[in-house]
Design a protein. Structure first.
Length: 258
């Protein structure tokens, strides 16, 4: 998209997680895409007068399709360029397409982005940063990772895996995680995400990437996630499954200490 003129932005179904602004096509039609970025799970398509904020929901996809390709059920919006056509496909309609006008100030101040934590590969995501942000928190460390206001990207699967690598019990009060253990956890989060990226990610069964390929490979290599009752790869103890905040957590009761 960057450097190309968007000829038409077409909305077929505006009823997503939040309604697609009715005047959005008029703001972007005929404008040049300056760049495409990402913040957390939000895709950012920047135009001269503002930024489209796109979220794929749980299982949506933004894919390039051949010109003239028939519209599929759940294709809710499309970006039409001279030499390319992109469509947002979102069966659950949990995604979003919103607009941040340049006159509204810095994008970082947008309500959806202002409370996001650091990117996991940001150099500022250090043991000292994590330790300071966890100080005084009584919530379980697993929940603190999932909240997204300290670090983004450590979702349910990756949080379980990272805590296993760091040998931290997921039920441990976040404020009781020491600086040395924060160092281990920072390293574990980064390593877990690096391996997940390299292997295609992990997600819902019906998720596909921009090329139409499924992204469920990392779960095949997980050490503890969805391995309840199976032997821990480190010590052989049976992996346990518990529920935290309505989400499944998997851990080794022998290796992971409070």
């Amino acid at each position: 998209m960057p450097g190309r003129v968007l000829r038409h932005f077409v909305v077929h179904e505006p009823r997503l997680r939040w309604p697609v602004p009715a005047d959005l096509p008029g703001k972007v039609d005929g404008r040049t895409v300056l760049d495409c970025q990402r913040r957390g799970k939000y895709l950012l398509i920047r135009f001269p007068d503002g930024i489209q904020i796109v979220h794929l929901g749980m299982s949506g996809s933004l894919r390039r399709v051949p010109a003239g390709a028939p519209l599929l059920k759940h294709d809710h919006a499309e970006w039409v360029f001279d030499d390319a056509l992109f469509r947002l496909h979102d069966p659950r309609r949990f995604g979003a397409i919103l607009w941040h006008d340049a006159s509204d100030g810095p994008l970082e101040a947008h309500p959806l982005l202002s409370r996001l934590g650091l990117e996991p590969f940001d150099p500022a995501f250090t043991p000292q940063y994590l330790h300071a942000r966890l100080r005084g928190k009584r919530v379980a460390i697993k929940q603190a990772l999932l909240a997204g206001n300290i670090v983004v990207g450590a979702g349910n699967i990756y949080a379980s895996e990272a805590l296993f690598r760091a040998r931290i019990d997921p039920r441990t009060a976040a404020g009781k995680v020491s600086l040395p253990r924060c160092a281990a956890l920072v390293d574990a989060v980064k390593l877990t995400l690096e391996q997940a990226l390299a292997s295609g990610g992990s997600t819902l069964r019906d998720y596909v990437d921009a090329t139409g390929q499924p992204g469920a490979y990392f779960t095949l290599h997980a050490a503890v996630y969805e391995k309840a009752g199976k032997p821990c790869p480190a010590c052989g103890t049976a992996i346990r499954r518990i529920i935290q905040g309505q989400r499944a957590t998997y851990f080794c009761p022998a290796c992971q200490k409070r």
